[in-house]
Design a protein around this ligand. Structure first.
Ligand code: SF4
Length: 415
């Protein structure tokens, strides 16, 4: 039997697309293998969000040269964010690669499988479903719009049909993915939005939970907040990247909102959706960020007290507006210092938020086992470990929490 090998780096979108690509190849009769050397088709799924990721994928493509020499019959292909409009340039740089194809597409040299839906045969209980590709926002530090292109939404009917089939195959939870899920549907003829899509998915029997990411603070609508509050399957968890607590830095980033607008949005969400878990992203050391501007970010995080904060030190991404216009003038040691301050602050906040769950009972969807413990997530996205001798994969369990930390919870299952 012919075999395929897919190598993936990057975000959940890339992982979801690789999973689909694997299913596509399996429907054509290929079987997965763990090594490129054993494969008839090798696909590298690339990420170029950071320069370090781009370096990794370039090294990986370079390593295909020896594979090509040893196995001249193997088909070599590259997809993901590296593959932009300059495919001819890529072909020139890497002549031993047979095909470059756009993220989310399927291998153009193969026939289309007969089945209309290309889905994993045995999907995990919680599965990612891409709903919109690309981004129209052009934040100054971000390469995504240049590489993933402009926004393209999948029709509601196609997504509903896919989720129904996933549920038939055992899925209990779906996470809808997009660089900006709040733009969902704007490019479609009848202009549905994410709230409309959530309502349709909420009606699917057997589906227990719906998540989605990532939201954009300038685009999140009152209608969506109402939908999350009212739909029983919509998880009360929202990812809302703020990036900075300084209006000047937000302007330089071209984020399209002020700190006051962001604060109002968070307050509205918390009013309408009691108990909602909020996560955010922050970049420290953006060009010319001074101590006062950094302190404004620290103050905002202390005030709003997020469940989770993902913090990154700024690094210029060639090809972006920020890399062209601004000098990367914050020393690396200073960026690290700022990053550590935020990580320590957040560790304390998350420890306090999670400690409130001690002795409480939470529902988790069991998604796998780590060493001898089952692991799953609550509706609010908290990671929970528990002991249970039975096979609980894919089950919704009630867990009594007996230990908490900033990063996870532990407990035992109760009837
Ligand atoms: S909204 Fe997100 S994906 Fe789009 S440009 Fe800004 S950071 Fe990049």
């Amino acid at each position: 039997m012919s075999q395929y090998y897919i190598w993936t780096i990057g975000c959940q979108m890339n992982k979801a697309e690789s999973e689909r690509l694997g299913s596509y190849l399996e429907q054509l009769g290929y079987q997965a293998t763990d090594t490129a050397e054993a494969a008839d088709i090798v696909v590298l799924n690339s990420c170029v969000v950071r320069q370090s990721a781009e370096n990794r994928i370039i090294n990986k493509i370079n390593s295909l040269k020896s594979l090509r020499r040893a196995h001249p019959g193997t088909t070599l292909a590259v997809t993901g964010c590296l593959v932009n409009s300059e495919v001819d340039q890529l072909k020139k740089s890497f002549p031993y690669v047979d095909y470059f194809f756009k993220p989310g597409d399927y291998p153009p040299w193969l026939e289309t499988p007969e089945a209309a839906l290309v889905l994993p045969r045995q999907p995990s209980p919680g599965t990612f479903v891409p709903i919109i590709q690309g981004c129209n926002n052009f934040c100054t530090y971000c390469i995504v719009p240049y590489r993933r292109g402009r926004e393209r939404s999948r029709p509601v009917s196609e997504i509903v049909c896919e989720v129904r089939e996933l549920v038939r195959r055992g899925v209990k939870e779906v996470t809808l993915l997009g660089q900006n899920v709040d733009s969902y549907g704007r490019d479609l003829a009848d202009k549905p939005d994410l709230a409309d899509l959530l309502s349709e998915l909420n009606a699917i029997d057997g589906l227990a939970r719906i998540r989605f990411l990532t939201n954009h603070p300038k685009d999140m609508s009152a209608k969506l907040i109402e939908a999350i509050a009212n739909l029983d399957k919509a998880c009360k968890q929202i990812s809302l990247p703020v990036q900075s607590g300084s209006d000047d830095i937000l302007k330089a980033m071209r984020r399209g909102y002020t700190v006051a607008q962001y604060r109002r949005l968070v307050n509205t969400i918390r009013d309408k959706i009691p108990g909602v878990a909020l996560s955010t992203d922050v970049i420290v050391g953006f060009p010319s960020e001074n101590e006062q501007q950094f302190q404004q970010t620290v103050d905002l995080l202390s005030e709003l007290r997020f469940d989770t904060v993902h913090v990154a030190a700024y690094s210029p991404r060639p090809g972006t507006i920020a890399a062209r216009k601004f000098e990367d003038n914050i020393p690396l040691a200073e960026k690290r210092r700022r990053l550590n301050i935020i990580e320590q602050l957040q560790e304390g906040i998350a420890a306090e938020i999670n400690a409130r769950l001690l002795g409480k009972t939470v529902e988790i969807l069991v998604e796998g086992k780590v060493k001898d413990k089952w692991q799953g997530r609550t509706r609010s996205g908290k990671l929970v470990f528990c002991n249970n001798s039975a096979d609980c994969l894919g089950q919704l369990l009630n867990i009594k929490i007996e230990r908490t930390s900033p990063w996870s919870l532990q407990g035992y299952s109760i009837k």
